[in-house]
Design a protein around this ligand. Sequence first.
Ligand code: PLP
Length: 364
Amino acid sequence: MAGMRKWNFSSGPAVLPEPVLRKAQAAILDLDGSGIGILEHSHRGPEFTAVVERCERLVREVGRVPDDYLVMFLQGGASAQFHMLPMNLLGAETTADYLVTGSWGQKAVGEARRFGGVHVAWTGEASGFDHVPDAGDVRYSDNPAYVHFTSNETIHGVEWRGEPPPAPGGAPLICDASSDIFSRPVDFAKYGLVYAGAQKNLGPSGLVLVIARREVIERGRRELPTMLQYRTWASDHSLYNTPPTFSIYVMAEVLAWMVAEGGTAAMAERNAAKAALLYDYLDASRVFRATVRADSRSLMNVVFRAATPALEERFVVEAEARGLANLKGHRTAGGMRASLYNAMPLDGVRALVAFMDEFERAHV
Ligand SMILES: *Cc1c(COP(=O)(O)O)cnc(C)c1O
């Protein structure tokens, strides 16, 4: 068993496709026969230029990104977008609307309040974040600078099936898509700006993908520090300073893997099948139960509980011993969480459900 890879249900950094890891392993020694490894190439040289251009091309291909949208590779994790976004698009005299379906949305609200008005157009806090709003329950402000939502709340396992109701005055829709980007087809033309930390569906942590309508970027404030203006990243093609070259390389390989596997349509089909397998089991179980309302259940992060905390602890420990790793829920949510990102094979979910069934038989 030594050296065997486990089924890794971590919420992020998370499982990556094995062929990508093997390719990256070789590229560390020698990138495409250049005689120099990817970690050692200058970010201004032709070899890395080819890598970053390929990565952008693949983002556009996988996401069917419209031509008037910019694709940028930023740093600081998705959390840095919580302040960069309002710094650019929110003023002291304006208000942004936030739809809060979990902890990440709450954090985004907290940062936005430092820079301008925030109106919470809906929050699921009262019920412990177990569903997305029904369209009629959203209350926008009169003239929001933008509307922000989190397409998938990674900690609570709450995911939108589509976009929120349209905002008044055509305010740009902003989405934190960190944990479900490219897990299904999405029409980016409906969005003003989408950001995603890479470590769930795209690659290494630290790197952030931003896809934004050019006009939204151009609206940004000009008195900010250079690196905090989106336009800097746009005009310098993410090469204003030294980018995380290896992370961009890995993201390009993950995207190329997705294309080879059939793109977002194929990912959506697989992700639906994986999640259905686990949720169907949970709904029939006498020991485990899903915590999120059926219409809001995340296909990426399946959050579930067992009858008692002691049983939950035992389950996580025994699962770990069977090579089913990182099933413990977030410290603030408790219980268990199985993250089923694009790179998690159906066989991994089958192995998990088989073990849960065995555990259940031993404990009813
Ligand atoms: C993981 C995550 C974040 C935070 O990402 P960092 O890269 O750690 O800053 C923000 N939003 C969502 C939805 C996430 O899943």
